[in-house]
Design a protein around this ligand. Structure first.
Ligand code: BG6
Length: 494
């Protein structure tokens, strides 16, 4: 059902954990931006669920204080109109007899014919029980969808169980598993770059490409997140989802169509072609690190074990990786012999996510110096694409080569606001477009590759190698590439 401006879908968006951190930092600002751009239908509502006894007005006050600062300070009217869309219902999801279910039924009454989206911004073990509770309360209509935040389980068996529990209530086409990296502008642009331009595809293979690097570096640490992070670690938190999704986008075959299944079909084939890393191979092809005290942005910061938190560190804290680097291989014709290096970590010198495609060197050089071309897809900060080519330094003497980037900045070129990933994905959820969401078989294929790595790490006595906060990670991460004469792409060797 449509209402409002172009493509503005009328919906009720019900957010479990609606007063929590994700809602305040990402979901509500994204919805406000969409509202300003006229992409929410006038009668679209956002209903936050939590245990707290908040009235609609209390919740709006909380949002006013927590979300408003910095968002269009000049648009007070737009902001107040947005707040009118917000509601809050206190409900105890574990208690089917709780009054909150009655309040929900009353609030949603008469709106069964419009789209209803249940967004589960809560830990994965709650997904199955939440779906059952919604069903028992009679709130799941034929037009209902459910959005699951990552992580989806801690391993393949856990993910399969969650998928089965959710699948018992919602058909697969109504399950939206979110990976916010897929909503990032550069990731979308990667598809366009590859499949709407003719020049790259002929050289997008092992004949021309030496290797690929995918980095998601963060300068933040994990204060206050020990409860989650001790049991996740960088591999589950970032690689199983975000980094593998980026790898799929780089490596997949051209899909036949830009539709909901074709792209996901191609991505799942990539995941299934990843060479397993098992047992003793883990120590050759993977690296684990944990940060100790150091300096980030000239400020002293504590090590992982000393991060402020309500729970003290345990043995699990000592063993968890805040950094990982992996040499992955895709066993198919296009990518045979091309390593894909994945790297992510907390408390690195800066926040930088990028994909670097390094081409092979020229087959025969007639100039001294020189080096291979690199295509750098910058996800953040400053989204854009750089193609590093060899150029001649100006001068009348000898020819001296220097790599120079041809730079495309999306913000400068299009002079438009680059939307946050969540904004794009929320609009897709509201309109029912699942293309940028992970299908059940994709998530399970990703875990199938991750599980043996986790098993090898758990079987090992070794602890993660320490790295000082503010440095680029443990020395083993550099050796992982140095062994084959390669090096990570850093700002200073760009
Ligand atoms: C989340 C992880 O999925 O992604 C966080 O749970 C991480 O640990 C975050 O900080 C990074 O997202 P972005 O968009 O800031 O790179």
């Amino acid at each position: 059902m449509e209402a409002g401006g172009d493509g503005a879908h009328l919906a009720d968006l019900v957010v479990f954990g609606g007063t929590g951190d994700l809602s305040m930092r990402k979901l509500l600002p994204a919805l406000f931006h969409a509202d300003r751009d006229g992409r929410l239908a006038p009668q679209t509502r956002v209903i936050a669920l939590s245990r707290g006894a908040l009235s609609d007005d209390d919740f709006r006050d909380k949002v006013r204080a927590g979300v408003r600062p910095g968002l269009y300070p000049d648009d007070a009217d737009g902001w107040e109109r947005f707040l009118e869309r917000l509601h809050h219902v206190a409900v105890d999801v574990g208690d089917p007899g709780h009054d909150g279910w009655g309040s929900m039924r009353r609030l949603l009454a008469g709106r069964d014919e419009i789209d209803r989206v249940f967004y589960l911004a809560s830990p994965p073990m709650t997904f199955g029980p939440f779906c059952r509770a919604l069903d028992t309360a009679g709130l799941v209509t034929p037009r209902s969808r459910v959005v699951l935040e990552k992580p989806l389980g801690r391993d393949l068996a856990g993910a399969q169980q969650i998928n089965a529990e959710v699948g018992a209530i919602f058909d697969e086409h109504r399950v939206f598993r979110i990976d916010h990296y897929l909503g990032k502008e550069t990731v979308q642009n990667l598809l366009v770059l590859r499949f709407a331009n003719a020049f790259l595809e002929p050289i997008w293979n092992s004949l021309w490409i030496d290797h690929v690097q995918i980095t998601a570096a963060e300068s933040v640490g994990t204060p206050g997140r020990r409860g989650y992070y001790d049991h996740a670690g960088a591999l589950r938190d970032m690689v199983q989802n975000h980094l593998l999704q980026l790898l799929c986008m780089v490596a997949m075959e051209p899909p036949a169509r830009n539709d909901r299944e074709s792209i996901r079909d191609e991505k799942v084939k990539v995941l299934q072609s990843l060479r397993p890393i098992t047992g003793g191979e883990a120590s050759r092809f993977t690296v684990r690190g944990q940060y100790v005290a150091g300096e980030v942005d000239d400020e002293p910061v504590p090590g992982y074990l000393d991060e402020p938190d309500k729970t003290p560190p345990t043995e699990a804290s000592r063993r968890v990786e805040t950094f990982t680097a992996i040499r992955a291989e895709i066993k198919n014709w296009r990518w045979a012999g091309v390593p894909f290096y994945l790297r992510t970590g907390k408390r690195l010198p800066d926040r930088r996510s990028e994909i670097v495609v390094q081409f092979k060197d020229v087959p025969h050089s007639i100039f001294p110096g020189g080096g291979p071309n690199r295509l750098v897809l910058r996800l953040q900060p400053s989204e854009g694409i750089d193609l590093h080519i060899m150029a001649k330094e100006p001068g009348a003497g000898e020819i001296v080569l220097r790599p120079v980037p041809l730079k495309l900045s999306f913000a400068d070129t299009f002079r438009a606001r680059v939307p946050e990933a969540y904004e794009r994905l929320l609009m897709d959820v509201l309109s029912g477009n699942p293309t940028l969401f992970m299908r059940r078989d994709e998530v399970e294929a990703a875990w199938r590759w991750i599980d043996p790595i986790i098993a090898a790490w758990e079987a090992s006595e070794a602890l993660p190698e320490h790295y000082m906060a503010g440095t680029t990670g443990p020395s083993a991460a550099h050796e992982l590439l140095a062994r084959s004469g390669r090096a990570w792409h850093e700002e200073d060797n760009a």
